[in-house]
Design a protein around this ligand. Structure first.
Ligand code: CU
Length: 725
């Protein structure tokens, strides 16, 4: 163990030294690299795919105009004069001295996007000038009125394409209001969130509010093919929903293909009415720390490659990680890329803390694939919240955070040994197949102490001090069984129904590797979302929505509906009235799957490797056969969250009370796996759904031109590729 630790430390020191050296070097000289752009395959809608290798920038047409939108923050309050929206007060004026050489290539990429995407949609904007992108630091303003009466919080969001360089390397991105990462939504429990979306990008999009129950507003959940049709290019749509009976740390992201990875994500913080009681350690400051893996290519290009014949589920590996959208790379490592790491958005984030106080950090993994191990050198992390559930604090040295998971920690800035410390989010790289040589697996930030107010800007980098414990080598959730909700809630003693599902990747038609729950691989029906189809079916007395029409009802109130839905592509577990469901997932794949359930938090009853305890290993995983597992369960107050992982060749047992009317996605939150089809649906409280109306605005979207733009590739798109081998 001792020698292992020494090895790890020296590698880390080397990495940190490279980062520090890069930072200093780049302060000395503007660094612009080659004018060629590696663009592999891009599908930017309209069903057109363009394959190319490394293309010189000069081949691209220039954009016709660069237009600057008026919105910066885009936030407006209707009834809260005292609580003005948070505004990141950052000076992000561009450093023109070093960006000159880059501009041609940036325009080139812009032209590339426009050239492909140009269509009849007049409302689609030209790509923005890179210098207009604002970076958020997410320090939550302490003047917030936590006891303000419930109100509408109105946000105006414009979606545009940008060429941006979060770590120095320019790449096409999709952003809300010229911000990366996206705007913070911050509300009190009981408030109504209103988000007006104006889609000025080339492709259709949609927004999901991750972890928000949407009780009574299931059509606002934002899942393409399930709760809505996409918002087409040039289209507008307004999300409006009230946040009740939940609080804590959430986030929002695009739920159309893998667009979230292109920049469409941001935090959503709900201050609970009992926040100060449920958070058992008082804290002086509150902030969000977004961790994200970062790719240098558009998700549409990566997705096309990933799903190609014979790729055997080899996920795209990121180039590095970002903390709050910031990072820094050495441009010389990427000679084929346009790069400028001297712009003010590039660099390591500085997190300034007043000495001797307690500080809450809301850590969110907004990435597409990588699991992070998070630590702050020298600081114990007291975990106080998990996915919106406040928990009794327990101290950790490191946290493992899978995509879409959130942990709040409270740290104390009273370490005597130094004034500055490394914050590190290390990817667990063992889960990557064939990572690129240029992979920088550690995202870092600098935590600095100051007596009062912001810390003095210091050129001195912190001295690395690592914990003695071994780093995790496997992708799976950290052990959360000891984390107990403060608001005690026993799981129901018995479930009304038990369902067992296998998750797997299988080679299907055209030798494509696709994700499956049992024998179903999801393909969204973008013109007829499940929710709409169901409401229409129920109100017209369509019998396929009752248990009598399905092939194997088992239980009249909870069944797989294979009558109304084609199980091949839409795997739907339907319930009527309130049902308590037990869901056992066994993973027959070598990858970890963080499973997110929309519309609910579930109880994690148990998770593990191999098979769960069972009476007979020769029998299948029926409820009866896993009675030994049930005999071990502690139902007194299990952790409740909305994203938990089934590890490689492992299993997880979840229980939830299906009482929320709607059509809810249940899927792996590795974007690549979800896009490969690893998604099923829970259609719950259909007795109540029959009474709901589909809003006219939702219906209108489905009839609009361009809704199909930006969909992931269809299997048939690969037919010729498969034949050609
Ligand atoms: Cu997965």
């Amino acid at each position: 163990m001792g020698s292992g630790r020494g090895t790890r430390r020296s590698i880390l020191e080397a990495q940190l030294a490279v980062a520090a050296e890069t930072k200093h070097l780049l302060k000395l000289r503007g660094n612009s690299c080659g004018s060629e752009l590696a663009v592999l395959v891009v599908r930017l809608g309209g069903g057109r795919e363009v394959k190319s290798s490394t293309l010189p920038a000069t081949r691209f047409p220039k954009p016709q105009a660069l237009q600057v939108g008026p919105e910066m923050d885009g936030t407006r309050r209707e009834e809260a004069p005292n609580s003005s929206p948070d505004k990141a007060e950052l000076d992000l004026s561009p450093d023109h001295s070093s960006a000159g050489v880059s501009v041609l290539a940036i325009l080139g990429v812009a032209g590339f996007i426009l050239g492909l995407g140009r269509s009849a949609q007049d409302m689609v904007d030209q790509v923005e000038d890179v210098s207009k992108v604002e970076t958020n630091d997410y320090l939550l303003d302490g003047d917030w009125n936590y006891s303000a009466p419930p109100q509408r919080r109105v946000y105006n969001w414009t979606v545009r394409e940008h060429v941006h360089n979060p770590d120095g390397i320019y790449r096409p991105m999709l952003l809300v209001n010229n911000q990366f990462p996206g705007p913070l939504i911050r509300v009190n429990e009981g408030d109504t969130i209103v988000v007006h979306i104006d889609n000025r990008a080339t492709n259709a999009t949609s927004f999901h509010w991750h972890g928000i129950y949407q009780n009574g507003t299931p059509h606002m959940d934002g899942t393409v093919g399930i709760t809505q049709c996409p918002i087409p290019p040039g289209g507008k749509f307004t999300y409006e929903f009230t946040v009740d009976n939940q609080s804590g740390t959430y986030w929002w992201h695009a739920h159309q293909s893998a667009q979230s990875s292109d920049g469409l994500h941001g935090p959503l913080v709900v201050h609970g009415r009992k926040e100060r009681d449920l958070q058992q350690i008082a804290y002086g400051t509150d902030r969000v720390v977004l961790l994200s893996d970062h790719y240098h290519d558009l998700s549409s290009a990566l997705l096309w490659q990933y799903l190609a014949p014979d790729m055997e589920n080899t996920e795209p590996v990121p180039q590095g990680g970002l903390i709050n959208g910031r990072g820094i790379r050495n441009c010389e490592e990427f000679p084929a890329r346009q790069c400028d790491n001297t712009t003010s958005n590039v660099g390591l984030p500085n997190i300034d803390l007043e000495r001797g106080k307690s500080h809450r950090l809301r850590i969110i993994n907004t990435g597409a694939f990588a699991e992070f191990q998070f630590q702050i050198d020298g600081h114990e992390l007291a975990v106080t919240e998990v996915d919106g559930t406040d928990v009794t604090p327990i101290n950790y040295h490191r946290l493992n955070i899978n995509p879409a998971q959130r942990y709040s920690v409270v740290i104390n800035s009273s370490v005597e040994s130094a004034d500055s410390f490394w914050m590190r989010a290390r990817m667990i790289t063992q889960c990557f197949t064939d990572p690129p040589k240029t992979l920088q697996p550690d995202a870092v930030a600098i935590v600095r102490y100051a007596a009062t107010g912001p810390a003095a800007d210091s050129e001195q980098d912190p001295t690395p001090v690592d914990w003695e414990e071994k780093l995790a080598l496997e992708c799976r959730d950290m052990n959360t069984t000891e984390l107990k909700p403060v608001d005690v809630l026993a799981a129901p003693a018995e479930a009304d129904a038990f369902f067992y599902f296998r998750s797997n990747f299988e080679i299907g038609a055209y030798r494509l590797s696709r994700g499956f729950f049992d024998s179903s691989s999801f393909r969204p029906n973008i013109h007829s979302p499940t929710l709409q189809r169901t409401i229409d079916g129920l109100s017209s007395g369509n019998e396929t929505f009752t248990s009598t029409a399905v092939s194997n009802p088992g239980n009249n109130a909870a069944f797989i509906n294979d009558a109304a839905f084609d199980k091949t592509h839409e795997y739907v577990l339907q319930t009527t009235q309130t049902q308590t469901l037990d869901i056992l997932i066994s993973n027959f794949d070598d990858g970890n799957h963080p499973l997110h359930l929309h519309g609910y938090k579930y109880f994690i009853l148990a998770q593990g490797h191999g098979y769960p305890p069972m009476k007979s290993t020769l029998e299948s995983l029926t409820r009866e056969n896993i009675q030994p597992l049930y005999d071990q369960l502690d139902l007194s107050n299990p952790l409740r969250r909305d994203t938990a992982s089934v590890e490689a060749f492992g299993w997880i047992l979840l229980r939830f009370v299906a009482d929320n009317p709607g059509a809810w996605a249940f899927h792996c939150h590795v974007s690549w796996h979800s896009e490969a089809g690893l998604l099923m649906q829970f259609l719950t409280r259909t007795d109540e759904l029959a009474k709901l109306e589909v809003p006219e605005a939702n219906r209108e979207l489905c009839g609009m031109e361009g809704v199909e733009r930006g969909m992931g590739p269809e299997d048939e798109s690969y037919r010729d590729l498969a034949r050609g081998r």
